[in-house]
Design a protein around this ligand. Structure first.
Ligand SMILES: Nc1ncnc2c1ncn2[C@@H]1O[C@H](COP(=O)(O)OP(=O)(O)OP(=O)(O)O)[C@@H](O)[C@H]1O
Ligand SMILES: [Mg+2]
Length: 148
C-alpha cells in the first residue's frame, strides 16, 4: 500500500475543503474506503467530498439506510455513500446488493466502515484514513492500494 498524500488539518472547514478538492481528482468508477474512529471526521469529510462533486443536497452518513445515492451533476453517474456500520460481513453486504455500487463505472462510491467488506473490495480501492490528533487536528492519509 503506497501513501499518496498526507496532510494535517486544523479545523472542520479545512477537512471539508481538502475532501472537496480530493474528490475532484477522482475518475468515475473510483471506490474510496473511508477509515477512521468514531468522531474522527468521516461525516465532515463526506460532506466536503460530495460538495466537491457538485452535490448541493445536505449530506450526512447513511447509518440507518446503509446507502445514500446522489446524482452527479451533468453526468449519468451517482455518488454512492455507503455506511456499512450495521453490516456484519461481505455475505450480508452482497445480499444487500453492494456489488451494484462498487462496480458502477460511471459513479463514485464512498464507503464508511470498509473493513466490513475488505474481502470483496476492488483491488484498486483508494483508502482515506483520518486520525484524531488533538481537539481540532486530524491527520488525513490517502493510500493507493496496489493492484494485485
Ligand atoms: N480538523 C478537523 N477535521 C474534521 N473534524 C474536526 C476537526 N477538528 C474538529 N473536528 C470535529 O470533529 C467532529 C467529527 O465528527 P464526524 O461526525 O465527522 O465524525 P465521524 O467520523 O463521522 O464519527 P462517527 O463514526 O461517530 O459517525 C466534528 O464535531 C468536528 O467539528
Ligand atoms: Mg459519521
Amino acid at each position: 500500500m503506497n501513501i499518496k498524500q498526507q496532510i494535517i488539518t486544523h479545523s472542520e472547514n479545512e477537512t471539508e475543503n481538502f475532501a472537496a478538492q480530493f474528490a475532484q481528482t477522482l475518475p468515475r468508477g473510483t471506490v474510496v474506503a473511508l477509515d477512521g474512529d468514531l468522531g474522527a471526521g468521516k461525516t465532515v469529510f463526506s460532506r466536503g467530498f460530495a460538495r466537491g462533486l457538485g452535490i448541493t443536497e445536505p449530506v450526512s452518513s447513511p447509518t440507518y439506510t446503509i446507502v445514500q445515492e446522489y446524482p452527479l451533476p451533468d453526468s449519468k453517474g451517482m455518488l454512492y455513500h455507503l455506511d456499512l456500520y450495521r453490516i456484519e460481513n461481505s455475505i450480508s453486504a452482497l445480499a444487500f446488493g453492494v456489488d451494484e455500487f462498487l462496480k458502477d463505472l460511471e459513479s463514485i462510491a464512498l464507503v464508511e466502515w470498509p473493513e466490513r467488506i475488505s474481502d470483496i473490495l476492488p483491488p484498486a480501492v483508494t483508502t482515506v484514513k483520518i486520525r484524531h490528533l488533538t481537539d481540532n487536528e486530524r491527520e488525513i492519509t490517502i493510500l493507493e492500494e496496489a493492484c494485485s
